[in-house]
Design a protein around this ligand. Sequence first.
Ligand code: ADP
Ligand code: ASP
Ligand code: MG
Length: 410
Amino acid sequence: MGLIVQKYGGTSLGTVDRIKNVAKKVAAAKAKGDDIVVVVSAMSGETDRLLKLARQVSDYPDDREVDMLLSTGERVTIALLAMALNDAGLKAKSFTGRQVGIITDSAHTKARIEKITAERIYEALKDGIIPVVAGFQGIDDRSDVTTLGRGGSDTTAVALAAALKAEACIIYTDVDGIYTTDPNVCSSARKLEKVSYEEMLEFASLGAKVLQTRSVEFAMKYNVPVLVCSSFNNKSGTWVTREDPSMEQVVVSGIAYDKNQSKITMTGVPDRPGIASKIFGEIAAANIVVDMIIQNVSQEGLTDISFTVPRGDLKEAALIVSKISKEIGAGDLQIKEDIAKVSMVGVGMRSHSGVAAKMFQTLASEGINIMMISTSEIKISCVIDAKYTELAVRSLHEAFQLGKDPVSKP
Ligand code: ADP
Ligand code: ASP
Ligand code: MG
């Protein structure tokens, strides 16, 4: 008899019937003899609804208060699911992040888990009770409620699986596994049987929201096998595990996109030592993650600097940058809110050339302009206008023939 952590996402808990359906799935797993710990998200749309409320009340809602508000979404689902499980004849109890000792740093709205004590979980399991834990939330060392960033219930689940030394963490969602690209955007996307932690980390950090990036980091660090599958059918799903020789050694393994980015361009920036450090130092101090940065060749001692930030951080980043612009005597700020980053990922890129050229050519043939480019050993990303995201993903998927069974790398 082992211990399994199951996590159910928002769509899987979106209605009363779906909550009852989840209770059936938990009951079936329990009947097999395993100990089960369940982690849940808020009902689909609820976190967005709460965020919208906050923005109606305030242009710059305080992050501590945002966390207090958002944490209520998962309180609803833990209680409802525990009730449904009790009704199904099982012993179950709901727990908030605080009650199971999920301790985080104090970076409100994007906190990182530092420690999990899990005493109440051990106690419940000893008494044959199924703990139903609120995902996405924790408390900091002053007992203030924190949240882990959008999609953070995945991280709660994998971190708990690591802390409890569970056999596996099963992520139940609304697609039946990890695909070569988002199956809701590209109908020819192909389901992968297994994905390595490394590749999943790239996919996730480049925008494939099926798993939150931090959850993959936890899985990799503590070697937690993660199965991603659907809560709506019994199809086999995708295992995210350590790389093994049978894994596909293809040049390009998939495409990710991130529509949640914005671009800021500072014009007429004095080209002298210390300026970049000042700009990006202050942005980092505000806990904002800058992704791509491009600095143009300087002309007459002035240059332009463009960079991307998560869309949710745009307002704050723009405030910081306009203050710095004034201080250093730079020109106007240009802001483009609706950009997207489309990325091709594959470990085989290390030893194969030509992927970038083919990517640029494919986008050009669709008339899609590339605003920024960045590359690493195993990925190429292009920033484009957000309205072309789906077109770009589909045409790249087609051009690289990702829907077909892969030909192995020589
Ligand atoms: P949940 O509410 O269960 O956490 P999410 O909406 O956060 O679900 O994540 C699941 C979604 O991730 C899918 O509906 C799909 O649109 C998207 N997705 C993006 N890239 C991929 C991919 N490569 N494979 C599978 N799903 C993907
Ligand atoms: N409810 C949170 C969100 O919508 C956390 C999650 O779903 O994982 O981001
Ligand atoms: Mg999610």
